[in-house]
Design a protein around this ligand. Structure first.
Ligand SMILES: [Fe+2]
Ligand SMILES: [Fe+2]
Length: 451
């Protein structure tokens, strides 16, 4: 209960005590007069209770003094209370006037509505917001200012405010302007009570957020467009590197899906829960396709060599990991803060590292290998196994699974293999959904050249 309500309550008690005193006083005086009159009608003697019982005898002066004091005391109390009531009422009128003036000058639209929804008070901003004149708006039902669908959603909130007395906030409430256009308002709704604290309606403070929302939506649309364009550019660049030896297939598209599935599964493991955030998952999805970007730096004669590679040639092939990692690091250094390229760089450098330390380029072991690279390594190999190459047919999901499980703890991180096994049906689904219809022309060419 706020201070004003407390003051009002105290004043009310004092006023009712004073009113009771005045009524008792009037009642006693009237009874005295009526009794004396009745006695005077039915008797020949002149009846005067006052003179008879408290006659002019000087010894009887004390009761009169007591009565007089009591009269002064009660009288002053009554007078004081009446004055107080007058002052409080005047203050209330002044404060209400002030409050109304403030409401008229604020930018927000202000409405008071009764329990039936009829608008009983509003300010100038409310008129401007809705395009109606004062005369048109008074008595208008506020429910008719919105669409049926919006009201259906808002009705429950108004009912809650009425029931609980707690204010509510509505971030997007659609109203129809007089000119027929839809406007979006932000609303604060609170309950209005009478002096007995009984609900009599609602106070609604509104702000027109149509333009702001439009700007925000446009910003989001542009951001999403930029995001799409950036993703398409990255995929294009990654494909350029991939085309050189893998052809025009959808290896990259599939392996980023596999990488995401592994990341999502591992995020459910308690030890990785905090590290693998939704941002990490999004980044791994976007950057996994860059794992072999360094292949652009490997000469065609070696990368496209159909036969077996010599030891020296294989060493040159291996440099693609460092070439790719260095290229992404150079780009990353131009960007402030962390970006998906931070993961991209890790993946490019370390996707050929093996859990037992027998991989390249650094021969990292176990958890020395960044988690992102451990995940992508499995995704990459699964797709290579289940895809047709010029030198082999596509393995079935079951066969690929067997091979991967066989490499658990040597090539692959055992926990990544566990995540793969837990999500194997999703892998199989992606493999079927995104399977290539036929081999790409470059691979076919290689095959023909070999025969
Ligand atoms: Fe690679
Ligand atoms: Fe790959």
């Amino acid at each position: 209960m706020n201070q004003l309500q407390k003051m009002k309550k105290m004043l009310k008690i004092r006023v009712s005590v004073a009113d009771s005193m005045v009524l008792v006083g009037i009642g006693l005086a009237a009874s005295y007069w009526v009794l004396e009159s009745i006695f005077n009608i039915f008797t020949t003697d002149d009846v005067n209770f006052f003179n008879q019982h408290l006659g002019p005898d000087i010894n009887e002066i004390w009761p009169r003094i007591i009565v007089f004091c009591l009269f002064i005391f009660f009288g002053s109390h009554v007078q004081f209370t009446i004055n107080n009531r007058k002052q409080a009422e005047e203050a209330l009128v002044v404060s209400e006037e002030k409050y109304r003036n403030i409401l008229q000058s604020i930018e927000e639209g202000y409405f008071e509505v009764d329990l039936n929804g009829q608008i009983t008070f509003f300010n100038e901003s409310a008129c401007r917001m809705l395009g109606y004149s004062r005369e048109e708006l008074i008595g208008f039902n506020h429910r008719n200012l919105t669409t049926l669908e919006t009201w259906r959603q808002a009705e429950r909130i108004f009912a809650d405010v009425l029931e609980t007395g707690q204010s509510a906030y509505l971030s997007a409430y659609e109203v129809i302007h007089k000119n027929g256009s839809a406007r979006i308002l932000e609303l604060n709704i609170s309950r209005r009570n009478d002096r007995e604290e009984q609900p009599i309606g609602f106070r609604i403070v509104s702000r027109d957020v149509t333009e702001r929302l439009k700007d925000e939506r446009e910003k989001l649309r542009l951001e999403s467009q930029m995001h799409e364009a950036r993703s398409a550019t990255i995929l294009g660049l990654a494909k350029l590197a991939e085309y050189r030896d893998e052809g025009t297939g959808t290896h990259l598209e599939r392996m980023r899906e596999y990488s995401r599935i592994i990341a999502e599964k591992m995020a459910t493991m308690s030890k990785y829960g905090e590290y693998i955030t939704p941002g990490f998952i999004e980044d791994i999805y976007r950057s996994a396709i860059l794992h072999d970007i360094g292949k652009v730096g490997v000469p065609d004669a070696i990368l496209l060599k159909p036969g077996e590679l010599t030891k020296e040639e294989f060493e040159i092939i291996k440099t693609h990991a460092i070439l790719g990692g260095d290229a992404l690091e150079a780009i990353e250094s131009q960007i402030e803060g962390k970006s998906f390229l931070t993961l991209g760089k890790e993946i490019a450098y370390y996707h050929h590292e093996k859990w037992d330390g027998s991989g390249y380029p650094e021969g990292l072991k176990g958890r020395q290998i960044p988690l992102s690279a451990r995940m992508v390594a499995l995704a990459d190999v699964y797709d290579a196994l289940t895809s047709k190459r010029f030198y082999k047919d596509a393995f079935t999901h079951e066969r690929a699974k067997e091979i991967i499980v066989g490499l658990k703890g040597t090539h692959f991180d055992p926990e990544v293999v566990e995540a793969f096994l837990a999500a194997e049906s999703q892998f199989d689904h992606i493999r079927r959904e995104m399977q290539e219809e036929s081999d790409d022309p470059i691979a076919e060419l290689k095959k023909t050249a070999l025969n």
